[in-house]
Design a protein around this ligand. Structure first.
Ligand code: NAD
Length: 644
């Protein structure tokens, strides 16, 4: 399949240049053999108009140069910084344009996008779209242009029809079997998570594998009870009847996931939705698809293929799936995308649950165990290289302990080991995507420019192995205090009093979780109640989400809806209310006919039912009997007979 934005000459030029730059080396295929040239349309479509025509022109030109000349030209272009003015500009153009295109296509295709930037020594402006991201992020290069598998939702709907014959016990048995498969294949899963995300092995084990298994254990132990029919209270006025809630599936749930916890964010929502009897269409992030893994695990656990469909692709694919009208959307990702999905779903009236970004506060009062609080802050801010929605992103420390706390925290952070490990021995791994790395660099630059002090190891501002840092002197006007940084950065902010810190913490558009640290539990709880968030850990960090019994979700721009625990299971249900009346002969007092006498008797009943004391109760009982007798008589005899 030849890219459509290239004519035959330009395509031949691209292949020739590609093979000169990347001839292949036994391990990696040559450029033309990698077939990544087929993705050129996607890349060219993201260029500025002017850049695109420049690249097309160069491709045509280089097509006609002999190979040795092309090679020589590239060598020259590598040295553009030492060349004289106009020659340097031309050489830089070659570097930015043709060479950039080839390298980006090739390396992003083999999932090693990180390698592109060091190779080019170049800020990949070529994939930036003007105004595309208000935060200045580099627009991601989408994966191969594929639409959502047509009918993914329809196919899951057929799966749902077959699931209707699979009872709760059988569904839970399937989940137990999936748990065993995951437990057995854990090391292989961690390999895959690491390959897609670059996170440390221990992060993958603790937050993804353990977290998933813990949720399965909760479902095994409590799922049956949470999804069983619940008998509800029936009031006196409805005496003789029984009330129930039944927890029935909604149909097809569309789960859309982000890139930071690709395994956990796949399995936990799938398991909850499935336990409730739904079929699922799951769309992983285009950056961390774990391609084929989820299907493989489910198949081994004997799930029928259309109970859970996996649809790969970018945001366009996600939007296409929303358009296929699932019965509910469970979205985890950025606030910006959440808004888009909500708008699209509003037109189709599809219920949506949004688990969005955060800017979580950790509040440390002066009576804490300093060493423990500093260790908690380091982990809470840096686990998964700071790329958690509930990472500590603002660390408020009471002024009297600020210097000592800062010292303990910096010591803790400087001790951490960072690399992409194979043995579980590294504390931090790499960040996952370059556009997020750029946001971290921008936030740090902004903080420095506004007078903050960045404490920690040096960083070139480009490598994905972003070293953990503490930033002191952060003020509310800094990006670090306002926008989601999503990287290994700990902004320290001193405070004096309780009211002040509550005001500062609540002064955020986000409201996901928070933590409050103090030996004075009354104070800690008071502050926890005053915080505008979906969950608070007291004297611990990121701990509410560690308990699968606790519902998880946010307020404000962090989204709405809850998942996990009993509340969360019910979010995947049609909670059906049922009232059973065993008596088939009685005419209800509130049914027709309405008469003056009935009005009097009903008033008497109302006043005594809602009055206080035993006397009222007795009167209510008598009024009830009278009203019931009257109502039945009136219904039999008609209005005239009954009103006598
Ligand atoms: P993102 O919003 O860019 O993408 C999330 C998913 O949405 C991806 O699968 C993407 O392909 C898809 N998508 C994009 N546009 C779409 C559209 N128009 N229609 C349908 N689907 C679309 O988020 P991200 O960068 O992958 O993830 C990082 C964000 O996720 C951070 O803000 C983080 O805080 C948040 N997050 C929140 C939670 C939580 O539980 N609250 C958990 C993890 C991550």
């Amino acid at each position: 399949m030849k890219p459509q934005l290239l004519n035959a000459t330009q395509y031949a030029g691209l292949l020739k240049i590609g093979d000169v730059l990347i001839p292949g080396d036994g391990e990696l295929p040559s450029f033309s053999k990698s077939r990544c040239a087929e993705q050129a349309d996607r890349m060219l479509a993201h260029m500025y108009e002017g850049d695109r025509s420049g690249v097309l022109f160069l491709l045509s030109l280089l097509r006609y140069l002999p190979r040795f000349a092309v090679r020589g030209l590239f060598r020259l272009s590598d040295r553009h910084e030492s060349l004289p003015g106009p020659v340097a500009a031309a050489a830089r153009l070659v570097n930015l344009g043709v060479k950039g295109v080839v390298m980006t296509l090739y390396y992003s295709d083999v999932g090693e996008g990180a390698a592109v930037f060091p190779v080019l020594h170049w800020d990949a402006k070529v994939v930036e779209t003007p105004g595309a991201a208000e935060d200045g992020a580099v627009k991601p290069l989408p994966p191969p242009a594929e639409a959502a598998e047509p009918g993914a939702v329809e196919s899951a709907r057929a799966g749902f029809a077959s699931l209707r014959r699979v009872g709760l016990d059988e569904r839970l048995a399937h989940l137990s079997s999936l748990k065993r498969v995951i437990l057995r294949r854990r090391e292989e899963i961690i390999d895959r998570i690491q390959r897609d995300t670059g996170k440390s092995r221990s992060d993958a084990l603790i937050s993804e594998i353990f977290g998933v298994l813990d949720n399965f254990a909760w479902l095994e132990k409590h799922g049956r009870k949470a999804l069983a029919d619940h008998k509800q209270h029936t009031p006196l006025a409805l005496m003789g009847k029984a009330s129930w809630t039944w927890y029935e599936p909604l149909g097809v749930i569309l789960v859309i996931a982000p890139w930071n916890y690709p395994f956990y964010q796949a399995i936990v929502p799938i398991a909850c939705a499935f336990a409730a009897g739904n079929a699922v269409v799951f769309k992983p992030s285009e950056w961390t698809p774990l391609e084929g893994l989820i299907e493989d695990l489910l198949a081994e656990a004997q799930f029928a293929p259309n109970w859970v469909r996996v649809a790969y692709g970018d945001g366009a694919v996600g939007a296409d799936l929303v358009g296929q009208k699932p019965d509910k959307i469970f979205f985890t990702g950025s606030t910006r995308t959440g808004r888009k999905i909500l708008a699209q779903a509003a037109e189709l009236l599809i219920p949506v649950e949004l688990e969005l970004g955060g800017k979580d506060a950790m509040i440390v009062f002066d009576d804490v165990d300093l060493r423990r609080a500093a260790a908690g802050a380091a982990w809470g801010a840096l686990t998964t290289t700071g790329q958690s929605c509930t990472s500590v992103e603002r660390l408020y420390v009471q002024r009297s302990i600020h210097p000592a706390f800062k010292q303990a925290l910096v010591e803790e952070v400087n001790r951490l080991e960072q690399r992409i490990d194979s043995d579980g021995d590294a504390d931090l791994g790499a960040m996952t995507v370059d556009f997020q790395v750029k946001i971290v660099a921008r936030h740090l630059d902004d903080a420095r420019a506004k007078g903050a002090e960045v404490l920690g190891r040096e960083w070139d501002g480009v490598s994905r192995l972003v070293p953990p840092v503490v930033v002191d002197g952060v003020t509310p006007d800094m990006l670090l205090a306002r926008e989601e940084t999503f990287g290994p950065v700990i902004p320290l902010i001193p405070f004096d009093g309780e009211d002040e810190v509550v005001r500062l913490a609540n002064d955020s558009e986000y409201g996901l979780t928070a933590s409050v640290w103090s030996k004075d539990l009354e104070r800690a709880k008071r502050v926890a109640r005053a915080l505008e968030v979906g969950g608070v850990s007291i004297n611990n960090v990121m701990a509410t989400e560690a308990n699968p019994a606790l519902p998880f979700g946010g307020v404000k721009n962090s989204g709405f809806g809850r998942y996990k625990g009993e509340h969360g299971l019910h979010a995947f249900c049609n909670v059906k209310s049922v009232l059973v009346d065993k008596d088939s002969s009685k005419i209800e007092a509130n049914w027709y006919p309405y008469t003056k006498e009935k009005y009097r008797l009903f008033t008497n009943l109302t006043v005594n039912l809602f009055g206080d004391g035993l006397r009222s109760f007795v009167r209510f009982a008598l009024a009830g009997l009278k009203l019931e007798r009257y109502s039945n008589k009136a219904a039999k005899q008609g209005r005239k007979g009954g009103s006598r």
